[in-house]
Design a protein around this ligand. Structure first.
Ligand code: DX5
Ligand code: ZN
Length: 235
């Protein structure tokens, strides 16, 4: 289960070196990374195509990290059973992709996984209002989904704060996760606004050359985590 007191880090498999996933997953696990994040794209909901349930199955076979499936696909409810069968511990669906979001979230829970709802930068937060009771996490997209390496859309900070206040007011325990351009500065600021789970991609541990330096990915992860803590203390 995700910890609340400290920050939780979910490493984006899409941003890893696809030629050495096993080594990278194991290195991340040993370094204390909390989760693997699988960006699943279908070329319809977003203009890119990536990964699928077999990647999660392979990850579960070679490391002990929990796996989160972030489904950026049209009508994601169709594929929930496939991802849970593949070993996804949690499944996140987009509010924009679901005709019956509540049903999709119930399906995830009934299948034995932890449900999450994701929201794009342009979608009003009020769309989530009647779903917050049914999720373990809310994924706030800080960029338009589809590609790694995009700059943060600054409204993400305010959206996280509003969501945090809303969850607190309603005494709900869902965690706020943010995906997109999570570098040290953004992670610290978003944590300050109430986010607790961060997707690590090309802005942090998979930054060009970061993983190929001495110490590799494990060191890149440890250094990033330390830098965020330092930055948070300075805020
Ligand atoms: C967007 C992707 C990215 C990625 C995170 O759809 O989900 O946000 O995994 O990586 P960077 O750090 O490149 O934004
Ligand atoms: Zn993602």
């Amino acid at each position: 289960m995700i910890r609340v007191d400290t920050l939780t880090y979910s490493a984006s498999a899409m941003c890893a070196n696809l030629c050495r996933l096993e080594d990278d997953f194991r290195a991340l696990e040993e370094a204390g990374c909390d989760e693997l994040h699988f960006d699943i794209m279908d070329g319809a909901f977003v203009p890119n195509i990536t990964l699928g349930p077999d990647f999660i199955k392979a990850a579960k076979a070679c490391c002990g990290l929990p796996c989160n499936a972030h489904l950026m696909i049209a009508d994601p409810a169709r594929y929930i059973p496939r991802f849970v069968e593949a070993g996804a511990d949690s499944v996140t669906v987009h509010i924009e992709g679901c005709v019956h979001a509540h049903r999709a979230l119930s399906q995830i829970r009934q299948a034995g996984a932890s449900p999450g709802i994701a929201i794009n930068p342009g979608t009003p937060l009020t769309k989530l209002e009647y779903l917050l009771d049914f999720v373990d996490r809310v994924l706030v997209m800080a960029v338009d989904p589809g590609f790694a390496g995009q700059p943060i859309i600054p409204s993400a900070f305010e959206r996280v704060r509003i969501l945090r206040d809303n969850l607190a007011y309603r005494e709900l325990n869902a965690h706020i996760e943010v995906d997109g351009n999570i570098d040290v500065q953004n992670a610290a600021m978003l944590a300050h606004h109430g986010a607790r789970i961060f997707v690590l991609g090309t802005s942090s541990i998979f930054k060009k050359d970061a993983a190929s330096r001495d110490g590799g990915l494990a060191q890149a992860f440890t250094e990033f985590k330390k830098a965020v803590d330092t930055k948070r203390r300075a805020l």
